[in-house]
Design a protein around this ligand. Structure first.
Ligand SMILES: Nc1ncnc2c1ncn2[C@@H]1O[C@H](COP(=O)(O)OP(=O)(O)OP(=O)(O)O)[C@@H](O)[C@H]1O
Ligand SMILES: [Mg+2]
Length: 334
């Protein structure tokens, strides 16, 4: 790379986490998609990891804001500012030229949402913006041969969305995007604890329970857990829960994911469905790490379900591969 060349940047703008890849350097950013705001005058105090670390350690007037919900932009201005922060941090210094950016969005995003991400990326300092669909990038990152005229199925479960897509010959043949992800599992735990155990808990505790006890199939490898919360009468209380409780708690969201897989199979041309039957379904995204989820989907569909290597990194690894392959060949001063 010459002195005046600007690297290309790849971004996985996730509901939970944003990852950035810089050509020639690799993945340089993996931070929560969070902004810390001063409640009094709404000014931004910190972004990303710094923002997350501030929450709870500073006076109550600093609040955490997630600019993205359910995989799409819910606060445009904050998203743009967060993107600018990450892009500047990724490049490291003010560059001679603005960078080219390849950015991922969920497959179910509408034209308006797509345009919003594109505009925000230009506003954040990109000179060229290319949008890649998340399941396509996830499939590349999972090591699937997306260029061949063969059907591959990918299930990407993020924080806010589940994308189920069939990919063949470099394109998405059919897909469905469900506005349900790992964060909804946390909410399912909160709801279950309230309705069944009459205990109020927060989302942070719910996520810990999900990771430790959560499951989509029966599990025998974990001991019951004592959970602290607030009783209906408002006093602190402890309740003991088991992984069987979690099986109940997750039944609904897990079945909605299964339903989405069924819907996509309904739309899949028979030849491609036969390919998927041979090669299996691949799962990516942090939500796929819920204990037994691949096994549950295998039991219900009769098809092999494989958890990809490094499920959380698949999308950004796919973007990185795409940048190397497509931009690597192009003249940077075209
Ligand atoms: N070990 C684990 N067990 C269960 N869930 C997990 C585990 N690790 C991460 N998760 C969940 O994965 C989710 C985040 O996944 P990921 O980082 O792929 O999301 P994202 O790309 O930011 O979101 P999206 O693609 O929806 O915009 C969170 O809900 C998190 O709780
Ligand atoms: Mg994602």
């Amino acid at each position: 790379m010459g002195f005046f060349d600007t690297p290309d940047i790849g971004i996985d703008l996730g509901t939970s986490t944003t990852l950035c890849y810089v050509s020639g350097r690799g993945i340089v950013i993996m931070e929560p998609s969070v902004v810390a705001l001063d409640k009094d005058d709404n000014h931004v105090v910190a972004f990303g990891r710094d923002a997350k670390e501030m929450i709870g350690r500073t006076p109550g007037k600093i609040i955490a804001q997630k600019p993205l919900r359910k995989g799409v932009i819910s606060d445009y201005t904050l998203t743009e500012r967060m993107l600018k922060y990450f892009i500047d941090k990724a490049i490291g210094k003010k560059s001679f030229r603005k960078p080219r950016v390849v950015i991922c969005i969920p497959s179910g995003a509408t034209e308006v949402e797509r345009k919003a991400v594109e505009d925000a990326t230009y506003q954040a300092g990109a000179r060229e913006v290319e949008i890649l669909e998340e399941p396509y990038a996830a499939a590349i990152g999972a090591g699937l041969s997306v260029e061949e005229p063969r059907g591959n199925m990918i299930i990407d479960i993020g924080g806010g969305t589940t994308d189920v897509a069939v990919i063949s010959y470099n394109g998405i043949v059919c897909c469905e995007s469900l506005k349900l992800g790992g964060d909804d599992f946390d909410e399912a735990v909160v709801k279950y604890m309230k309705e069944t155990k009459e205990l109020s808990i927060g989302l942070t505790t719910a996520e810990v329970i999900k990771r430790e006890l959560g499951c989509a199939i029966k599990r025998a490898d974990v001991a019951p857990l004592d959970v602290k919360g607030r009783s209906i009468s408002g006093y602190p209380q402890t309740k003991t829960i088991t992984s069987d409780d979690m099986l109940d708690a997750f039944a609904e969201p897990v079945n909605r994911i299964l339903e989405t897989v069924h819907n996509v199979f309904d739309k899949t041309p028979p030849e491609l469905a036969a390919d998927i039957f041979d090669s299996g379904i691949y799962m990516t995204g942090g939500g796929s790490l819920l204990y037994g989820l691949p096994q549950f989907l295998h039991d219900k569909t009769g098809i092999d379900v494989v958890l990809a290597k490094d499920p959380v990194g698949c999308v950004i690894n796919g973007v990185a591969y795409y940048i190397k392959k497509v931009y690597g060949r192009r003249d940077i001063f075209k």
